[in-house]
Design a protein around this ligand. Structure first.
Ligand code: ATP
Length: 805
């Protein structure tokens, strides 16, 4: 989904602010009024009576504000989606020049053309109607109440009798009337403003790149939860356990109260012992269920994260090479390890806690109502405020957490680059420089971490305050009821436990919600990686039925190419060349001429912009061939061979999927002049070469890489001769290995030595991405061109300089 930066001062935000203000002002007035105005009767504050109490207004308006808040957000998001879809349709139909759309007048026309209202706006309209109905209904309610209350007020004044309510609460009535009126007005105007909002988003979407509109799936809670779908069996059982443990939590305060009541009301202890026995049974059952629940959710969570890591890793390694030109290793590894970890708790344990506390709140409230409705009403009043704050807090946290994970990934990049290049860092004494760079990056994530801590602390403090306040209120009013002999001590005790339970559940619920939102932030990048479809798909395309259809020959026909990461720079221009079967072709030319790029195109790391590359005598189009098959027929020996951390044998047999006999490995090593030095190692072919082959010399690494290529027995060998200076003995050994490898094979070599070009069947000279000369060594030496100059320079330096320097 295309993201558009929206101004913070927009209509829906003002509207949302109004409803939140309505809720807060009213609740604050209610609480202050109850404590300041001593004359006010308790019943006026917390008991419902249409003309003599204020409780209904506080209660209803809080819920109304909550619903309106959600509706406003939903309407805006519906408008946003419609606008983006409209932009997408416009872009696709190409009916209007998108560049014009930045102009508001043009956008007006554009939307008329697309007929904004014709797209599926019915859901949005229903929401609008719903929000208007709610505002109108509350205004009607308050007006009616206002009429009745005023009537009673006038009558009481005339007859000089006692006022039905305290003066303070008439002010609340008037305040709420004003708020209701404004909300109706805002709801009516919402239609018009949402239309303008849609146009604004549409114009922005058209002015930006619109290719993302359909590309990325929206990261939503549903998708996050769907990750745990394969674990549904575990989760189902865990949920049953959760219901059992929540049930025990809900009923235990009731028995707790009964224990207190039987202790107070009975002379012997039989009744109390009975309840204690029940209570113990309930606690035992609860703990058992809760243990099983926690175990099952943890197992499910671990499975989810393992699967997710596998998926993300596979998505990364199946990406096209162009993707790696623009991504950094540390960032990707951070996505695999740390982001997936954040998701683990979200999709399972958070979900379970959410359900558990939710059930606990609902169950406790039901029990509380059945025990004493007036006490319960007191608590219900604060729930909408806490809910609203929780939602806002969760949103804020989600944003922060995403930033936090991004910064963390950036610091992983520095760490990974430094540690993997430790020798270079040490030789340039760059430790303190790298450490400073890491510090800066960690500092950034720490700054966000600090904000997270403040948000978390502030919110938890607020929830604690609200819960404490609610508890005190219950104790005060409950104490009064016990004093007046309206309820028993046991009921008050149960009630207090329920209040504590609800308050705690609320506090946990908010923190769980926060965690969940954090996970939503972290999941965004993970899903982006999972959703990415590679430009060149691995293992797609056809596998030629005839194994010999590729004989090693390759033909480039007017190939033009630029790297996706630098699309403006042409790297190859109109390159046409032929690598014939059984021949050796040498590529030479100045550095940056495009020699390695030719190899990259033969390996199909990238596709050319235009022109064609065909294989074999049947001219198979490279794009139609299965890439895995292709890579089993071509071997590349690069200038600086990369080895993996395993044993020598594992490294040599790296290119083959099946198990390889040691004899084959030895044979390839002998051809590559590697056998001698390998058997001199203490553990021979089982010697571990260290990360990236760090425990081997440059010449040894090269010979192992040659053996690796020979073991594949490729139809085409791509060889990038090493320029790094080896001692003459080592160089001779490598050279001999290369010559043996090239024998009776089709070879394309990026040549750096005169001896190699001399032996080549044809030499191709590349300069600035174009073929400037080609022919045999002797032919090219007879013309006064680049090649001759390169050769002369090398002869003068007695073959010590590379030919393309
Ligand atoms: N992954 C890449 N992304 C963007 N540009 C690249 C990439 N690889 C190479 N280039 C650019 O493409 C051009 C050709 O590079 P290439 O590596 O093919 O030259 P070369 O002839 O092999 O040079 P050398 O002999 O020094 O290895 C250079 O300008 C280089 O900067």
């Amino acid at each position: 989904m295309l993201r558009i930066k929206l101004p913070s001062l927009r209509y829906s935000n003002v509207f949302r602010f109004l409803v939140v203000l309505d809720m807060i002002v009213l609740t604050v007035l209610w609480i202050i009024g109850s404590s300041i105005d001593e004359k006010s009767e308790l019943d006026q504050i917390i008991k419902f009576h249409f003309t003599e109490s204020i409780f209904d207004i506080v209660f209803l308006s809080s819920f109304k504000a909550l619903i309106l808040f959600i509706l406003i957000s939903e309407i805006e998001s519906a408008c946003y989606k419609i606008a983006v879809r409209t932009a997408s349709l416009t872009k696709r139909s190409q009916s209007v020049d998108v560049n014009l759309s930045t102009n508001t007048d043009d956008t007006e026309n554009l939307i008329e053309i697309q007929d904004f209202s014709r797209t599926n706006t019915s859901a949005k309209n229903y929401l609008q109607i719903f929000s208007l109905s709610i505002s109108v209904a509350s205004l009607a309610f308050i007006l009616t109440k206002f009429g009745f209350v005023t009537n009673l007020f006038i009558r009481a004044n005339k007859e000089d009798t006692k006022l039905p309510m305290s003066y303070y609460f008439y002010a609340i009535l008037i305040t709420e009337f004003v708020f209701c009126f404004l909300e109706v007005l805002f709801s009516v105007l919402n239609w018009r403003f949402m239309r303008n909002f849609g146009k604004f988003v549409c114009s922005k979407a058209l002015a930006n790149e619109t290719e993302n509109i359909d590309g990325k799936k929206k990261v939503n809670i549903k998708r996050l939860i769907s990750l745990s779908y394969p674990e549904r069996f575990h989760i189902f059982i865990a949920f049953i356990m959760l219901i059992i443990s929540s049930f025990t939590n809900i009923v235990s305060p009731y028995f707790f109260g009964s224990v207190v009541d039987s202790a107070v009301n009975y002379t012997d202890l039989t009744e109390m012992n009975k309840y204690i026995f029940y209570l113990l049974g309930i606690y035992l059952l609860g703990s058992l269920a809760s243990g099983i629940r926690s175990w099952l959710f943890e197992v499910a969570g671990q499975r989810v994260v393992a699967r997710l890591r596998r998926q993300v890793f596979n998505a990364i390694i199946k990406s096209d090479i162009a993707f790696f030109d623009t991504s950094r290793t540390g960032e990707l590894t951070s996505r695999i390890s740390s982001d997936t970890q954040v998701l683990q708790s979200a999709v399972t344990s958070n979900l379970s806690m959410f359900a558990r506390y939710f059930l606990q709140i609902i169950g406790s409230i039901i029990f509380m109502f059945s025990l004493e409705p007036s006490l319960s009403g007191l608590l219900i009043g604060v729930i909408p405020i806490v809910s609203l704050l929780t939602v806002q807090y969760g949103r804020y946290l989600k944003k922060l957490k995403k930033k936090f994970q991004d910064e963390l990934a950036a610091s992983s990049v520095v760490a990974e680059e430094t540690i993997s290049s430790m020798r270079t860092v040490r030789s340039f004494a760059a430790e303190s420089k790298m450490s400073k760079e890491y510090e800066i990056n960690i500092g950034k994530s720490f700054d966000i971490g600090k904000k997270l801590a403040v948000a978390q602390g502030g919110f938890m403090g607020f929830v604690g305050m609200i819960s404490g306040g609610a508890l005190a209120l219950v104790l005060w009013y409950g104490g009064k009821l016990v004093h007046d002999k309206k309820i028993s001590t046991g009921i008050l005790a149960s009630f207090l436990m329920y209040t504590l339970q609800v308050a705690m559940a609320f506090a946990f619920l908010s923190s769980v919600y926060g965690d969940f939102m954090q996970a939503l932030g972290a999941s965004q990048r993970i899903f982006e990686l999972l959703d990415r479809s590679p430009l060149i798909k691995l293992n797609s395309g056809h596998v030629p039925a005839d194994e010999d259809s590729f004989d090693g020959s390759v033909e480039f026909e007017k190939v033009n190419f630029s790297y996706p990461s630098r699309p403006q720079t042409n790297v190859l221009t109109d390159v046409s060349l032929k690598i014939e079967k059984g021949k050796t072709i040498a590529l030479v030319g100045p550095s940056g001429g495009g020699k390695s790029t030719i190899f990259a195109l033969i390996e199909r790391f990238y596709d050319p912009l235009s022109g064609s590359i065909t294989l074999g005598s049947k001219n198979l189009d490279l794009k139609s061939i299965n890439t895995n098959w292709l890579h089993s027929k071509i071997a590349l020996v690069s200038q600086e061979p990369v080895l993996f951390g395993g044993s020598v044998k594992e490294n040599i047999s790296f290119g083959l999927n099946e198990e390889v006999d040691l004899e084959q490995v030895i044979e390839a090593s002998k051809l590559a002049n590697a056998h001698e030095f390998i058997i001199n190692f203490e553990k021979g072919y089982d010697t571990v070469v260290g990360e990236r082959g760090i425990r081997l010399s440059g010449g040894q690494k090269q010979r192992i890489a040659i053996a690796r290529a020979l073991l594949v027995n490729p139809k085409l060998l791509l060889l990038d001769e090493a320029t790094s200076a080896l001692d003459s003995e080592s160089e001779n050994l490598v050279q001999e290995a290369i010559e043996r490898a090239m024998k009776d094979r089709t070879v394309c070599v990026i040549a750096h030595r005169l001896s190699t070009v001399r032996n080549a069947d044809r030499v191709i000279v590349l300069e600035n991405g174009q073929i400037v000369e080609q022919g045999t060594h002797d032919e090219l030496c007879s013309i006064d061109g680049i090649y001759k100059r390169l050769v002369l320079r090398q002869l003068m330096s007695k073959e010590t300089n590379p030919i393309d320097s």
